[in-house]
Ligand binder design. Structure first.
Ligand SMILES: [Fe+2]
Length: 202
């Protein structure tokens, strides 16, 4: 029997899916900056992925399960990597909210063609700034976890504690996410990737 995936392997796989959406989001923001027509709904879909998967599944596993196990295994919270990661999750939520709010205001208007200085143009700028801010923050954040926090976790957590963390992750998937959620968010990430590819200049 092969060993089950470690908790940090599971989280790193989820990082790859999140990065796929970050790439799509960056492309859409760049195209909007060039005043190409990008539907505001693209950013609302991306915000749904962020709220439902990045925060609702992935960060919930980290905040609700992994970080507690690290603390119980002796990692200090205040002033350490856990506090930094929590703070960055919160910054990410703020940026995602700003992106969603701007996209909602733009819905129904032809965002790409608004004259500079109009209200819609301010919303367009806010959308681009928040989307790019989110992409930059999360990319850096993921590197810190993959290269710093997760190797520390692999060292610190006993095999027994890793089992408990895996069970905690399963609880999040079963009780907080529900059946079919993983497939749903994978499909949403694929859809956003395809749409962003179609936006890329040829
Ligand atoms: Fe993460």
């Amino acid at each position: 029997m092969t060993d089950p995936a470690s908790p940090t392997d599971i989280l790193m796989q989820e990082h790859r899916l999140i990065e796929h959406v970050l790439d799509a989001l960056e492309t859409a923001a760049d195209q909007m900056e060039r005043r190409q027509a990008v539907r505001p709904g693209f950013f609302l879909d991306a915000a749904d992925f962020i709220a439902g998967f990045a925060d609702g599944c992935h960060h919930r596993k980290e905040e609700g399960v992994l970080f507690g196990a690290l603390r119980d295994s002796g990692m200090p919270v205040a002033g350490g990597p856990i506090e930094l990661m929590l703070d960055e999750h919160e910054q990410g939520r703020r940026l995602a909210r700003g992106m969603r709010d701007a996209a909602r205001r733009l819905e129904g208007s032809d965002a790409a063609r608004q004259p500079e200085g109009s209200d819609d143009d301010a919303d367009r700028r806010s959308l681009i700034t928040n989307a790019r801010g989110y992409v930059a923050l999360l990319r850096e954040h993921i590197i810190k976890e993959d290269e710093m926090l997760f190797p520390m976790a692999d060292e610190l957590l006993s095999a027994e504690r890793q089992d408990q963390v895996r069970q905690g992750f399963e609880r999040v998937e079963r009780d907080d996410m529900g059946a079919g959620a993983a497939e749903k968010f994978q499909a949403l990430a694929d859809k956003l990737g395809r749409e962003a590819n179609a936006l890329r200049p040829t």
